[in-house]
Design a protein around this ligand. Structure first.
Ligand code: HPA
Length: 277
């Protein structure tokens, strides 16, 4: 219980600090995954706040994640960009991983766009496929909502019958068609703890339970966003496709490079979606 009060207090102190730093409150939070951080370049009127300067903000320990909270305007909308994320495999519990999204929900964000680089499981996918989350499977051994519930933040048992906003998913497909972007598809994302990657047998298993893409992130943030009553859009850039019968090594450098190659397409999509959020 004492620990719970401490978490609430830490969140509130971070919120209080940020309220004094920014003149306008953001409506939308965009979390940028591996290889996608450079998207921040297109945000105007930037106020950049390193995670390290924000009281109690957990620090990213992986070099592929920058660790800045950026407030600004994107296509006329007030946004907060999380440039870099925390992961369960870094040693953070799920609640700490979701700390930034909780803080931004309390700062007023009503929509969360969560992006990542993921491994493809669906054999129709190719590197560069953009997968819009239609559903998810949560396989972390910890839940960000475990422990006493803060009723002011959301319900004890949040409903997850529709975790991802239907209208936002449809908007992405419509925009993809208008832009002539191939390989933008819906699918189910599964989150594994990591940091070890999957074996061929695990890949077979993840396919069998209905997942289309696999990664080590994003879902603690999604659960907190849903708990906070936000509309959620989830997007994976498929960096590699894992075939259990012809398995090839999965290397971080390749993942970062593949996500970087897909970034212009994701950027195009997001620039058209954000005004509709
Ligand atoms: N597995 C898990 N996480 C990943 C992968 C993968 O194949 N590719 C990118 N992130």
């Amino acid at each position: 219980m004492v620990q719970e009060l401490t978490y609430k207090k830490r969140v509130e102190e971070a919120v209080g600090f940020l309220r004094h730093k920014i003149a306008v409150r953001p409506d939308i939070v965009l979390q940028l995954g591996t290889g996608l951080g450079a998207f921040a370049e297109v945000v105007e009127e930037q106020v950049v706040i390193p995670y390290a300067d924000i009281p109690h903000f957990p620090q990213s320990t992986v070099t592929s994640h920058a660790g800045n909270l950026i407030f600004g305007t994107l296509c006329g909308r007030k946004v907060a960009l999380l440039q870099g994320r925390l992961h369960f495999y870094e040693g953070y519990c799920a609640r700490e991983v979701a700390f930034p999204v909780r803080v931004l929900s309390l700062l007023g964000c009503r929509t969360a766009v969560i992006t990542n680089a993921a491994g493809g499981l669906n054999s129709d996918f190719v590197p560069g496929t953009i997968m819009v989350f239609s559903d998810h499977i949560y396989l972390l051994p910890d839940n960000p909502l475990r422990g006493p519930n803060v009723d002011d933040w959301g319900p004890r048992f949040p409903d997850l019958s529709r975790p991802y906003d239907q209208r936002l998913q449809e908007a992405v497909f419509t925009v993809a068609e208008e832009l002539g972007l191939d390989e933008v598809v819906g699918g189910t994302y599964v989150c594994i703890p990591g940091p070890s990657l999957e074996t061929p047998a695990e890949t077979r298993y993840l396919r069998m339970i209905g997942a289309d893409a696999v990664g080590m992130s994003s879902l603690p943030e999604v659960l907190v966003a849903v708990h906070a009553g936000m509309r959620v859009l989830g997007l994976s850039v498929v960096a590699n496709v894992n075939d259990p019968d012809n398995f090839t090594p999965i290397l971080l450098d390749d993942i970062v490079a593949a996500a970087g190659r897909a970034r212009p397409r994701l950027q195009q999509l997001l620039s058209r979606i954000v005004p509709q959020l």
